[in-house]
Design a protein around this ligand. Structure first.
Ligand code: FCB
Length: 458
């Protein structure tokens, strides 16, 4: 990369600048006002599943601190906020009776954003599946995809008069692979075959949700958010190039290809053999069209890159991800690789030509502390942020149609299996007092955004 300092003047005037969160990670209030249990309520309360036995029971107490948090978001100078809706808060049993109090919470959230001049970006599914649906098989069964379509219709009908941006799924790779394959996430199953059944029903659910949004919120922009990384071969050998191609297939193409109407990539279907949704008899006539319903944008969550080494006999991919020596790593052990964001965006533009691309998550975790002077000097996160903004700018210069960037995350929150141990916020949260403190990274983002406004029309 040539320039690691982003220049506000180099971003389009109408660029979307935001921060992102998700329901289970911040809301708390798991059983208030008629909410039903989600798989994350169950999972986090199961001993041994999260670091320190942490749960989202309180999290950032956002459910009770809505106005304060809306003011906080406004104070950053962002023009968009991405949040997710808790499905069991709206439909406590996954389908059937609507919980009006749950919908009202999100309605107030939307109104509170609009009154502050902030555009709401709604994610319909950020992993908190109603437990009742999991009890029927969760994403391994097609009826969950159908229930998701119905839920999408309820939300689009209720909020579609004010919400113009909907994301169907957040990171189906995580829901399927971590939730049903490795068991690291809820619902905690360890069955690869089930995880590939889940991928298919998630993508079918995405298609049904797209139909519901089109029907109930005509004119709204809608798309899907995938967690993508650029995969590089560890060496120039043909074998490592093959390994990079397989990792790319596993993480990226398995979702991108069906979302862009191509069905599942043939090389991966062959590699998966009995595991593939086809071999499991799950792909119905018309599914390719359904999963490939035209979208208005692609949401991209990017944290790192993959460096692939050929590893015959290892797993079903015969590939391993290595951590190059001499690189810098975040608190999660993820390599800091801003140039790979440029490569990823340029590649997506070339291979899929989405109508628009939005970076819907990008961020880093470090063990922050509030200093004696009351501030948080998160120099590493600040650098991570500015370098990834510069990488986005570089992608724009190279022709990638990027229309927005959301920092993950507005504030420290419940980081899934890692509990409260991993802080990703640009705002620090003291979980014993719920005090919010803007970190240095948050200040830097705010100052950068103020400068983007100065350049509008210049
Ligand atoms: C992504 C998730 C988000 C958060 C970040 C760190 O995979 O979408 O909820 O956990 O990672």
């Amino acid at each position: 990369m040539t320039n690691r300092t982003p220049d506000p003047a180099r971003f389009p005037a109408r660029f979307t600048w935001g921060v992102a969160t998700s329901s289970y990670q911040i809301e708390g209030a798991p059983f208030e006002d008629g909410k039903g249990p989600s798989i994350w309520d169950t999972f986090s309360h199961t001993p041994g599943k999260t670091v320190g036995g942490d749960t989202g029971d309180v999290a950032c107490d956002h459910y009770h601190r809505l106005d304060e948090d809306l003011d906080l978001i406004q104070s950053l100078g962002v023009n968009a906020y991405r949040f997710s809706i808790s499905w069991p808060r709206v439909l406590p049993q996954g389908r059937g009776p609507v919980n009006q109090a749950g919908l009202d919470f999100y309605s107030r959230l939307v109104d509170g954003l609009l009154v502050r001049g902030i555009t709401p970006w709604v994610t319909l599914y950020h992993w908190d599946l109603p437990q009742t649906l999991e009890d029927e098989g969760g994403w391994t069964v097609r009826s969950t995809a159908e229930a998701f379509g119905t839920y999408a219709a309820v939300v689009a009908a209720a909020l579609g008069d004010r919400v113009r941006h909907f994301i169907t799924l957040n990171e189906p790779w995580c829901s399927a692979y971590l939730g049903y394959g490795t068991g690291v996430h809820a619902p905690g199953h360890t069955d690869l075959k089930a995880s590939y059944a889940a991928t298919h029903h998630l993508m079918v659910g995405h298609g049904l949700a797209m139909q519901a949004i089109r029907a109930h919120a005509p004119g709204a922009q809608a798309g899907i958010t995938l967690n993508l990384y650029h995969a590089y071969p560890a060496t120039d050998s043909a074998a490592d190039h093959g390994a990079a191609r397989r990792l790319d297939g596993f993480q990226n193409r398995w979702y991108l290809d069906p979302a862009y109407g191509r069905g599942y990539p043939q090389d991966m279907v062959e590699l998966l053999g009995d595991l593939s949704p086809h071999a499991q008899g799950l792909v119905h006539p018309g599914d390719t069209e359904l999963m490939g319903a035209p979208t208005d944008f692609l949401g991209i969550n990017m944290y790192s890159r993959a460096v692939a080494q050929d590893a015959p006999g290892e797993g079903f991919l015969h590939a391993r991800q290595i951590q190059p020596e001499g690189s810098e790593y975040t608190g999660f052990g993820w390599e800091v690789a801003p140039d790979s964001l440029t490569d990823l965006l340029v590649r997506l533009q070339q291979d899929y030509a989405p109508h628009a691309m939005y970076i819907t998550e990008n961020g880093s975790t470090y063990p922050d502390t509030v200093g004696p002077d009351g501030t948080v000097h998160d120099a590493e996160r600040t650098r991570y942020l500015t370098e990834h903004l510069a990488a986005t700018q570089e992608a724009l210069a190279r022709g990638a149609k990027v229309s927005g960037y959301f920092a993950w995350s507005l504030m420290d929150n419940f980081e899934w299996a890692e509990g409260y141990d991993k802080r990703f916020g640009i705002v620090h949260v003291d979980f014993s007092t719920q005090a919010r403190t803007l970190k240095q990274s948050g200040r830097t983002y705010r100052e950068f955004l103020a400068r983007t406004r100065d350049t509008v029309g210049a």
